[in-house]
Design a binder for this molecule. Structure first.
Ligand SMILES: [Zn+2]
Length: 110
């Protein structure tokens, strides 16, 4: 991918891309561990860095219909999870603007 500028995170625990170790998120921005991704367990984060967002698409999930964007590692291009643009169910609105990262695609870098 053509992006050379990357941000580095510091903190008690930093999660990175399991493929290239680019920093993605810290434990402080984690909202929940109780999510499921395409490859098993997944985490919900308030804030994620060093990702590229794809085009929005509507996806039917167990918790209803959502508009989401796949998110890609800015260095190696691996799909890491998705971002919630919109939740149609009022009870799911808290997810809007937040990010899912697949646990199996993360590595502890710090
Ligand atoms: Zn990567």
């Amino acid at each position: 991918m053509g992006m050379s500028y990357r941000r580095y995170l510091a903190g008690a625990r930093v999660y990175g891309c399991s493929n290239c170790r680019t920093h993605l998120a810290t434990i402080h921005s984690m909202v929940s561990r109780a999510f499921n991704g395409q490859h098993g367990r997944a985490y919900l984060f308030d804030d994620v860095v060093n990702v590229i967002e794809g085009e929005p698409s509507d996806r039917q999930m167990t918790t209803g219909n959502h508009t989401v964007r796949d998110i890609y590692c800015c260095k190696c291009g691996v799909i890491l999870g998705w971002k919630y643009d919109k939740a149609y169910d009022p009870q799911q609105k808290y997810k809007e603007g937040k990010f899912i990262l697949e646990r199996s695609l993360l590595v502890d870098v710090q």
